[in-house]
Design a protein around this ligand. Sequence first.
Ligand code: HPA
Length: 175
Amino acid sequence: MGLRALIITNAAGGINTEYRPGALVLIRDHINLQGQIPLVGPNDERFGPRFPDLTRCYSKSLRAIAHSAAKELGSNLAEGTYVAMLGPNYETPAEIRYLRSIGADLVGMSTVPEAIAAAHMGIKVLAISCVTNMAAGILDTRLRQEEVFETTERVRNQFAALLRAVIPGVAAHVA
Ligand code: HPA
Protein backbone atom coordinates (compact mmCIF):
# COMPACT_ATOMS: atom_id res chain seq x y z
CA MET A 1 0.00 0.00 0.00
CA GLY A 2 3.01 2.28 0.15
CA LEU A 3 2.64 3.12 3.83
CA ARG A 4 5.73 4.75 5.29
CA ALA A 5 4.52 5.58 8.80
CA LEU A 6 2.01 4.05 11.19
CA ILE A 7 0.50 5.76 14.21
CA ILE A 8 -0.89 3.34 16.78
CA THR A 9 -2.97 4.33 19.79
CA ASN A 10 -4.09 2.21 22.70
CA ALA A 11 -5.47 2.14 26.21
CA ALA A 12 -3.00 0.87 28.79
CA GLY A 13 -2.66 0.25 32.48
CA GLY A 14 -0.04 2.35 34.23
CA ILE A 15 2.67 0.33 35.96
CA ASN A 16 5.02 3.27 36.45
CA THR A 17 3.67 5.04 39.53
CA GLU A 18 4.72 8.43 38.14
CA TYR A 19 1.86 8.09 35.64
CA ARG A 20 -1.71 9.16 36.37
CA PRO A 21 -4.90 7.97 34.68
CA GLY A 22 -5.43 10.21 31.67
CA ALA A 23 -1.72 10.56 30.88
CA LEU A 24 -0.62 10.15 27.26
CA VAL A 25 2.66 8.26 27.00
CA LEU A 26 4.88 7.61 23.97
CA ILE A 27 6.00 4.00 23.64
CA ARG A 28 9.77 3.86 23.44
CA ASP A 29 10.16 0.08 23.43
CA HIS A 30 8.15 -3.03 24.15
CA ILE A 31 8.25 -6.42 25.81
CA ASN A 32 6.19 -9.05 24.03
CA LEU A 33 4.63 -11.51 26.48
CA GLN A 34 1.76 -12.49 24.20
CA GLY A 35 3.41 -15.76 23.20
CA GLN A 36 2.55 -14.89 19.63
CA ILE A 37 4.40 -13.08 16.84
CA PRO A 38 2.74 -12.06 13.57
CA LEU A 39 5.76 -13.08 11.47
CA VAL A 40 5.59 -16.78 12.30
CA GLY A 41 5.28 -18.86 9.13
CA PRO A 42 6.90 -18.55 5.71
CA ASN A 43 8.56 -15.15 5.20
CA ASP A 44 7.58 -13.06 2.22
CA GLU A 45 10.89 -11.41 1.28
CA ARG A 46 9.02 -8.67 -0.61
CA PHE A 47 7.88 -7.35 2.77
CA GLY A 48 11.04 -7.74 4.82
CA PRO A 49 13.77 -10.02 6.13
CA ARG A 50 13.28 -13.34 7.91
CA PHE A 51 14.93 -12.05 11.10
CA PRO A 52 14.02 -8.37 11.42
CA ASP A 53 15.82 -6.02 13.78
CA LEU A 54 13.59 -4.34 16.38
CA THR A 55 16.27 -2.10 17.90
CA ARG A 56 14.46 0.95 16.51
CA CYS A 57 10.93 -0.38 16.34
CA TYR A 58 9.51 2.90 17.71
CA SER A 59 11.01 5.72 15.67
CA LYS A 60 12.99 8.24 17.69
CA SER A 61 12.37 10.97 15.13
CA LEU A 62 8.59 10.40 15.21
CA ARG A 63 8.72 10.56 19.01
CA ALA A 64 10.59 13.87 18.74
CA ILE A 65 7.84 15.17 16.43
CA ALA A 66 5.20 14.09 18.97
CA HIS A 67 7.09 15.81 21.81
CA SER A 68 7.20 19.11 19.96
CA ALA A 69 3.54 18.84 18.95
CA ALA A 70 2.61 18.23 22.60
CA LYS A 71 4.73 21.17 23.71
CA GLU A 72 2.92 23.45 21.28
CA LEU A 73 -0.35 22.31 22.84
CA GLY A 74 1.08 23.13 26.27
CA SER A 75 1.55 19.58 27.52
CA ASN A 76 4.38 17.16 28.11
CA LEU A 77 4.52 13.50 27.11
CA ALA A 78 6.30 10.83 29.11
CA GLU A 79 7.93 7.87 27.39
CA GLY A 80 7.80 4.29 28.53
CA THR A 81 8.20 0.60 27.80
CA TYR A 82 4.94 -1.17 26.95
CA VAL A 83 4.44 -4.81 27.80
CA ALA A 84 1.91 -6.70 25.70
CA MET A 85 -0.12 -9.37 27.45
CA LEU A 86 -2.50 -11.68 25.62
CA GLY A 87 -5.54 -10.85 27.74
CA PRO A 88 -8.50 -10.68 27.80
CA ASN A 89 -8.30 -10.70 31.59
CA TYR A 90 -6.52 -7.85 33.31
CA GLU A 91 -3.38 -8.80 35.20
CA THR A 92 -3.01 -9.93 38.78
CA PRO A 93 -1.17 -7.72 41.30
CA ALA A 94 1.65 -10.30 41.36
CA GLU A 95 1.95 -10.12 37.58
CA ILE A 96 2.15 -6.34 37.74
CA ARG A 97 4.96 -6.52 40.33
CA TYR A 98 6.76 -8.96 38.03
CA LEU A 99 6.20 -6.74 34.96
CA ARG A 100 7.60 -3.72 36.81
CA SER A 101 10.67 -5.70 37.82
CA ILE A 102 11.42 -6.57 34.18
CA GLY A 103 11.22 -2.93 33.10
CA ALA A 104 7.65 -2.33 32.00
CA ASP A 105 5.98 1.07 32.49
CA LEU A 106 2.70 0.31 30.71
CA VAL A 107 0.64 -2.82 30.17
CA GLY A 108 -1.88 -3.60 27.48
CA MET A 109 -3.22 -6.24 25.12
CA SER A 110 -2.52 -4.76 21.70
CA THR A 111 -0.09 -2.70 19.60
CA VAL A 112 2.92 -5.04 19.67
CA PRO A 113 1.78 -7.34 16.82
CA GLU A 114 1.03 -4.29 14.66
CA ALA A 115 4.35 -2.65 15.54
CA ILE A 116 6.31 -5.83 14.74
CA ALA A 117 4.55 -6.28 11.39
CA ALA A 118 5.23 -2.63 10.53
CA ALA A 119 8.88 -2.81 11.59
CA HIS A 120 9.31 -5.90 9.43
CA MET A 121 8.15 -3.85 6.43
CA GLY A 122 10.32 -0.85 7.29
CA ILE A 123 7.34 1.28 8.30
CA LYS A 124 8.16 3.88 10.96
CA VAL A 125 5.97 3.49 14.05
CA LEU A 126 4.69 6.08 16.48
CA ALA A 127 2.71 4.50 19.32
CA ILE A 128 0.84 6.48 21.96
CA SER A 129 -0.76 4.98 25.04
CA CYS A 130 -3.54 6.54 27.04
CA VAL A 131 -3.11 5.44 30.65
CA THR A 132 -6.72 4.63 31.43
CA ASN A 133 -6.13 3.13 34.86
CA MET A 134 -3.36 2.28 37.26
CA ALA A 135 -2.46 -1.39 36.80
CA ALA A 136 -3.76 -4.07 39.15
CA GLY A 137 -2.66 -3.88 42.78
CA ILE A 138 -1.20 -0.36 42.60
CA LEU A 139 -4.29 1.19 44.11
CA ASP A 140 -6.45 -0.47 46.72
CA THR A 141 -9.31 -0.92 44.27
CA ARG A 142 -10.45 -3.41 41.67
CA LEU A 143 -10.05 -2.71 37.96
CA ARG A 144 -13.27 -1.73 36.26
CA GLN A 145 -13.86 -1.77 32.52
CA GLU A 146 -15.97 1.38 33.08
CA GLU A 147 -12.93 3.24 34.41
CA VAL A 148 -11.10 2.49 31.18
CA PHE A 149 -13.97 3.92 29.11
CA GLU A 150 -14.47 6.89 31.46
CA THR A 151 -10.82 7.88 31.16
CA THR A 152 -10.78 7.57 27.37
CA GLU A 153 -13.91 9.74 27.25
CA ARG A 154 -12.25 12.35 29.49
CA VAL A 155 -9.03 12.43 27.44
CA ARG A 156 -10.57 12.04 24.00
CA ASN A 157 -10.40 15.72 22.93
CA GLN A 158 -6.85 16.14 24.17
CA PHE A 159 -5.81 12.90 22.44
CA ALA A 160 -7.49 13.96 19.19
CA ALA A 161 -5.81 17.37 19.36
CA LEU A 162 -2.43 15.72 19.81
CA LEU A 163 -3.01 13.46 16.82
CA ARG A 164 -4.13 16.40 14.69
CA ALA A 165 -0.96 18.26 15.65
CA VAL A 166 1.29 15.23 15.09
CA ILE A 167 0.04 13.93 11.75
CA PRO A 168 1.35 16.75 9.50
CA GLY A 169 4.82 16.46 11.04
CA VAL A 170 4.83 12.68 10.61
CA ALA A 171 3.65 12.98 7.01
CA ALA A 172 6.34 15.55 6.23
CA HIS A 173 9.00 13.42 7.86
CA VAL A 174 8.32 10.37 5.71
CA ALA A 175 7.45 12.24 2.49
N1 HPA B 1 -4.07 -4.06 31.66
C1 HPA B 1 -4.09 -4.52 30.38
N2 HPA B 1 -4.65 -3.85 29.39
C2 HPA B 1 -5.23 -2.68 29.67
C3 HPA B 1 -5.26 -2.16 30.98
C4 HPA B 1 -4.65 -2.89 32.02
O1 HPA B 1 -4.62 -2.50 33.21
N3 HPA B 1 -5.93 -0.96 30.91
C5 HPA B 1 -6.28 -0.79 29.61
N4 HPA B 1 -5.86 -1.82 28.85
